[in-house]
Design a protein around this ligand. Structure first.
Ligand SMILES: N[C@@H](CCC(=O)N[C@@H](CS)C(=O)NCC(=O)O)C(=O)O
Length: 223
């Protein structure tokens, strides 16, 4: 279950290929050109709940980043740490109102959408609430649709040119959006109903930093 994929740097990313929160951190590390090792924990085997990983992250969630003897958890906090550690290219705009907007878009996904469609919530719905797979699927698509509709409205009502969520380069808003959109499509949600999101996701996925972080493109040991 443990494997290193990139050597020569102390940073260690506890992750799983198909974890969208891990996907976010991989994008940020790639955008910064920072090398790291991956310690893979297989979510399909609930390895994130193994006792040795709980000693890294007591929440038993991925990702976690080990750097300089410290353990960081929560993907957005990790990404802001990475951004501070290596400021170029910036992942947040400098101007305060713009920073707040970008953080709000990232949190719309990371705080208000992703938790509702996680494995642990699906397990609870099945095991404790007696819901079948179809009901779980309806649950996920319901929340994804509501969030993407709101995200699309935020984009449509901004003066941005629509290449990225904000400004002329990827920010934490794009980093949060793209993995969630990839998961949404895998769950059967068509992005056609959200043309601005669709365009941004398509554009980001042309960039090597996003492509290389995509679960389908990971090498052995990262997945
Ligand atoms: N807010 C956390 C979310 C972490 C999270 O839910 N990670 C998922 C993988 S994407 C996980 O570990 N799921 C395991 C589970 O739900 O049991 C973050 O952004 O890091």
């Amino acid at each position: 279950m443990r494997d290193a994929n990139r050597l020569g740097n102390a940073m260690k990313l506890h992750a799983y290929g198909r974890s969208s929160a891990s996907f976010r951190v991989r994008i940020a590390l790639n955008l910064k050109g920072l090398s790291y090792e991956t310690v893979s924990h297989d979510l399909t085997r609930d390895e994130q709940r193994d006792s040795h990983y709980l000693s890294v992250n007591p929440q038993g969630l991925l990702p976690a980043l080990e750097d300089d003897g410290a353990v960081l958890t929560q993907s957005l906090a990790i990404i802001e740490y990475i951004d501070a550690k290596k400021p170029e290219p910036p992942l947040l705009p400098r101007e305060q109102l713009a920073r707040a907007r970008v953080r709000a878009l990232a949190q719309l996904i990371a705080a208000d959408t992703h938790p509702l469609v996680t494995k642990r919530v699906a397990q609870r719905l099945r095991d404790d609430c007696g819901q079948d797979e179809q009901a779980v699927q309806r649950w996920r698509l319901h929340w994804l649709h509501l969030s993407f509709r709101a995200f699309e409205t935020h984009l449509a009502t901004s003066a941005e040119d629509g290449r990225f969520c904000h400004g002329g380069s990827p920010t934490i808003a794009d980093i949060a959006l793209v993995p969630q959109a990839v998961v949404a499509e895998q769950l059967g949600l068509s992005l056609n109903a959200y043309p601005l999101i669709s365009r941004i996701v398509e554009g980001c996925l042309q960039l090597p930093a996003f492509q290389d972080a995509h679960p389908d493109n990971l090498g052995r040991g990262e997945a």
